[in-house]
Structure formats: C-alpha cells, structure tokens
Design a protein around this ligand. Structure first.
Ligand SMILES: [Zn+2]
Length: 461
C-alpha cells in the first residue's frame, strides 16, 4: 500500500497572508511539521485572527520550516513559541537574520487594545521581545541544496528568487515529491538569482498573489526611473520614494548606484532613511553569494554593493531630521512602502506641498492606504495631524514586483507538467487563486484546486 501524507491548509488559504500549512506523516518515523507561520495582514479582522489560538496544539508540533522572512510567513512564529512550540525552526541563514530584524521591529506594532475591568485602555502584545529571542534560539540554519530529514522525508531548500534567502521547500520520499513554493520571485531580478525550476514535483502547493493578472511591461522600467530622477533634479527638487525595507529598498538603491556609476544621472545625495532597511542591507552584503552573477561580478560590485559615495544611511532620528536641511537636490528612500507609517510620512509632510518635488511610487499601493490616496490624486491631505496641499508631482512606475505574474506562475507549473499530479493553489485572494486554478486546468490539463481554510487532503507520498 502507498504511504500517506496528510496536508492541512490553515493560513494563507483564501487569502494572501497568514501562511501556515501542517504536514503529518504516520508510520515508523511519524512527524508533524509546519510550513511557515505568518501574520494575517490587511484589516482589523485580520489583526484579530492573529490573536486566535492555533487550530492545533503547538506543543505537539515537531518542527517548523520557514520559506522566507516576510511577515506574512514568519509573523506568528514567536506566538507559536509562546504557545508551547519547542521544536527546531529551519530556514536559510539570510532568512533567519532578516526575520530576527523584522520580528524585533514589529513587536511594538502588534498589540491588541482592549478595555479592562477598570476601563483603562491596555495594549496586549501578540508576543514580546523575549518570545522573539526564544524563537531565534530554536532556529537552525540550512543552506540551499543541503538536505536534511524530517521523519521519513528528505527536505531540500531551492532558491525561490523572491527576496534574499527565499526558498522553495521540497519534501521527498522515494520517487514522490511535495513542493511548497512559498512566494515565487519575478525573475529576472536586478539582485537575486532566478527562481530554480522544479521538474519532478508530484504535488505543488503554490502561491497565487498575481494569479489573475500579468505585470506591466518592465522593459522601460529603468528608463522611466531615470526620467523621473532627471526631471526632479532639473527642477532643483527632492525625490521621495516610499519603499519596503526588505528587497525593494535594496533593489532601488542598487539601480540608483548603477545609474550614478554609469553617469546617467547627476551625483546627488541619496538617503536611506529607514533603520530596518539599513540593517537588512547589511544582511544583503553578508550574503552576497546569494545574489546573481551580474551583481557579484559586474558594475557596482567592484568595491562592494550599496557603498557609493553619495549614499547616506541615516540610522538615528537626528540624522533623519537633518535630511531636511540638506540641499533640496536629493533622493530620499524611506518606509513604509505604502506610506502607512514610518519615516516617509515626515518627508511627505515636509515635501509634498512644493511643486519642484516628486513622490515616486514603485510598488503596489493597497486600497485604502495613504499611498493609494496620493496615487489617486488627492490634493489636500492630513499627514501627522497637519493639513498639506499636494503640489508635488506624483509619479508611478508599475513594473516593480517581487512576485511572478499569472503567466509566470503558469510557466512554473508547466516546468513540472510531466510529473505533477495535483496543484494546490494558495496565498492569493479567492479571485486570483480560482483564476489560476482554471488556467492550470485549461491550459495544462493538470488537476488543480484552491483548498478551503482548515481543509485536509491525503496525498500518496
Ligand atoms: Zn513574500
């Protein structure tokens, strides 16, 4: 009789965030382990879901595998530890280091406000710095292509090309293979290696963030970026770019570095005004061998990336405030990427009222975020309690994305089309997931489903 493996879809099911999948194998060497333990993100009801107890007893879980260091894949790990999980956590080294920075940074943001009996507003944290430290003490580093075992399964990480350290997880027994994609990168990326192709999966659990659409053409992306920089500096203005601290900040910084080294844009100061982005950049430097060959060998890599003379890393609040006094011809990168908090708000308050300046949006701006409100052309806004008339140019470049688009996802499945028996489409809004399910069935003739939350399947593996 075939061996059976039970797979249950908890988080990252019917939604992009909160990734959490349970694998259970019975037999002589039984094992129960999780893939990812991410934060639900988006709105208030998502926030509340993070405080719900886990649908399994964390103390009974043997191990946890982490695909990459985005919060929607790691954000509940300290909570899992707090609730009794004592097993090892496995990821690549870069993932562990970025996760450590990101979780530390997030502790204070993740609290639930409630009224106690005395009617005093109290904030209950999702977890504490101690829980984060405990999680890190259980965390073990495994490099790409370095096999390890969990029960009867051989586990291997392959490069997903999504952010530094991101991994696809292969679980193999005999000639059968279950693959979790985590998030799949929009290869080719300026910094990262391409997503490794999978040619022999039996089952795929795959993301579908952009399952129902394709990205805009990115061939003109560098040209558009150069135009926005030149246009702003010609007017003696300041260029503000809201960025996420992990990947997008480094990608944009690298592109500016390349343009300056090639004398394609004026040599003006570039401020990276985000403590998290600065610290994450150090991890990128440390794990340079994870970057693609073009970065390692060519161009700005000569004396190390992220090291050009115009670059200013403003870690402290004082340094951040001093940016305002610098000559207006400058470029400022700050978080958050959708202007929902962080130092970018201070810069937006200071610079948006001047028509010489430009706010450049280089990422998806979620509905309802301040970034989206600006992108949609709001003329009068309130920032940090102050009314600001928006006179600055608001520019957008849509070619940036850290995820494969619908065609890219389909091609990824096609790569393992000869062996794959079933595809489980997760980590997308229902519309995206179902669209991708349909395309996989129609174009590739492969069985595909979008599982429901809490649904279990028995796999022959
Ligand atoms: Zn991700």
């Amino acid at each position: 009789m075939e061996q059976q493996l039970k797979l249950t879809f908890y988080g990252g099911t019917g939604t992009v965030t909160g990734a959490n999948f349970l694998v259970e194998v019975a037999g002589e060497t039984p094992v129960r382990f999780l893939i990812d333990c991410g934060l639900f993100q988006g709105n208030k009801s998502d926030d509340a879901r993070n405080f719900e107890s886990f649908p399994y007893d964390p103390a009974t879980i043997d191990a946890l595998i982490i695909t990459h260091a985005h919060l929607d894949h790691i954000g509940r790990v300290p909570r899992l530890v707090k609730e009794g999980f004592q097993g090892p956590i496995y990821s690549t080294g870069a993932t562990k280091e970025i996760a450590a920075l990101s979780l530390d940074d997030t502790v204070s943001l993740l609290s639930r406000h409630h009224n106690d009996a005395n009617n005093q507003d109290e904030a209950e944290p999702l977890y504490t710095l101690e829980d984060v430290a405990q999680a890190l003490s259980q965390w073990q580093i495994v490099d790409y292509h370095q096999p390890f075992t969990l029960g009867p399964l051989d586990i291997v990480f392959r490069d997903a090309g999504h952010i530094l350290g991101s991994a696809l997880v292969e679980c193999t027994r005999g000639n059968k293979k279950l693959v979790f994609t985590g998030d799949l990168g929009n290869s080719p990326s300026p910094l990262l290696k391409d997503t490794e192709a999978i040619k022999d999966a039996t089952y795929l659990v795959m993301e579908s963030v952009y399952g129902d659409r394709d990205h805009e053409d990115r061939s003109r992306r560098a040209e558009q970026f150069e135009d926005v920089i030149e246009d702003t500096l010609r007017r003696d203005g300041t260029l503000l770019i809201p960025v996420f601290s992990i990947e997008r900040a480094q990608e944009i910084m690298f592109e500016i570095e390349q343009m300056m080294e090639a004398s394609r844009i004026p040599l003006v100061p570039v401020f990276i005004d985000s403590p998290l982005a600065i610290r994450v950049t150090d991890v990128y430097k440390k794990y340079r061998h994870y970057l693609n060959n073009q970065v390692k060998e060519g161009g700005p890599a000569r004396d190390g990336i992220f090291r050009f003379p115009q670059l200013h890393l403003t870690l402290s609040t004082e340094e951040s405030k001093a940016i305002l006094r610098a000559n207006p011809r400058k470029i400022i990168l700050a978080g958050s990427g959708m202007s929902t908090g962080g130092r970018i708000l201070h810069h937006e308050k200071n610079y948006l009222s001047d028509s010489r300046n430009t706010l450049l949006l280089v990422g998806y701006q979620g509905v309802g975020t301040f970034g989206r409100i600006l992108q949609d052309g709001a003329k009068i806004v309130r920032i940090l309690g102050e009314e600001v008339t928006v006179s600055a140019r608001i520019a957008s470049i849509f070619g940036y994305s850290g995820h494969k688009d619908g065609s890219g996802l389909l091609n990824f499945v096609r790569g393992t089309g000869d062996t794959v028996k079933k595809v489980f489409v997760v980590m997308g809004e229902p519309k995206s997931a179902l669209f991708l399910v349909q395309r996989i069935r129609d174009y590739l003739g492969i069985e595909a489903i979008a599982p429901a939350v809490g649904e279990s399947v028995e796999l022959e593996l």
